[in-house]
Design a protein around this ligand. Structure first.
Ligand code: 5GP
Length: 189
C-alpha cells in the first residue's frame, strides 16, 4: 500500500535493527484518514471471504481493525490484556509474549463474542515473531471458529512470524513488508 509506505518513509523512526517506531500515525497518535484507507485495503482483500467478525489485540490493533470492520460491516472484538470486574468468567484465554515490552501477559476474549459460527479475520499492527497473531489464532480455535486470514499493517519479513503462520496454512496479507531495518534505514520487500 503506497500511502502507508510513504508514511513509514517520512515518519517512521528506526530504533534499532529490529524495531520501527511509528507512533506519529499508528502506535500513539493515530492518523484516521490513513486508518480509513488501511481498513478499505483489508476489506477489499477479504470482501468475498464471508468474514463475520474481526479479531485483534489491544491496543494498537484496534484502529486498523475498526476501520476494516467499518468497510466490511462486521463487529470487532479485541482481546483484552487485563481482566476486570466486567471480564472475569467464561473467557477464552491465551498467553502472549510481547515483542516490544519483553514480558508475558494473558489475553482474554469473552466467550459470548466468538463462536463456532464465526469466520474470523485477524488484524494486527505489526508482525514480528508472530506471538500476538498466534495467540489470536489459538483464541479462534478455542471458539471453534474458522479463520479467513490474518491482515497485518506492517510485516517485518526478516523476523520469523510470517513463516510460522504460513506453515499453519493460514492466509496472511500484509500492507507493507519490510525486508530490513539495518543501518537505520527501512528497506521494503
Ligand atoms: P509479535 O507478537 O509478532 O512478535 O509482535 C507483534 C506485536 O509487537 C505487535 O502487536 C506490536 O504491538 C509489537 N511490535 C512488534 N514489532 C514492532 C515494531 O517494530 N514496532 C512497534 N512499534 N511495535 C512492534
Amino acid at each position: 500500500m503506497e500511502l502507508l509506505k510513504q508514511k513509514i518513509i517520512h515518519e517512521g523512526i528506526v530504533l534499532n535493527n529490529n524495531v520501527l517506531k511509528v507512533d506519529s500515525f499508528l502506535n500513539h497518535q493515530i492518523d484516521p484518514k490513513l486508518m480509513f484507507e488501511i481498513g478499505k485495503c483489508f476489506a477489499d482483500l477479504y470482501r468475498e471471504a464471508g468474514v463475520t467478525k474481526i479479531l485483534t489485540i489491544e491496543s494498537s490493533g484496534i484502529a486498523p481493525a475498526v476501520m476494516t470492520a467499518l468497510h466490511l460491516d462486521t463487529p470487532v472484538v479485541f482481546a483484552r490484556k487485563k481482566k476486570s470486574l466486567t471480564l472475569q468468567t467464561d473467557l477464552y484465554t491465551e498467553v502472549v509474549n510481547s515483542f516490544t515490552k519483553k514480558e508475558t501477559s494473558e489475553v482474554s476474549v469473552s466467550q459470548k463474542f466468538l463462536s463456532s459460527e464465526d469466520h474470523i479475520l485477524i488484524i494486527d499492527d505489526f508482525l514480528a515473531n508472530g506471538d500476538a497473531a498466534l495467540a489470536m489464532v489459538h483464541i479462534a480455535e478455542q471458539a471453534h471458529a474458522t479463520i479467513a486470514g490474518i491482515g497485518i499493517v506492517i510485516e517485518k519479513s526478516f523476523q520469523p512470524g510470517f513463516d510460522k503462520l504460513k506453515n499453519l496454512g493460514l492466509r496472511i496479507d500484509s500492507l507493507a513488508r519490510i525486508a530490513s531495518l539495518d543501518n537505520g534505514q527501512v528497506f521494503f520487500s
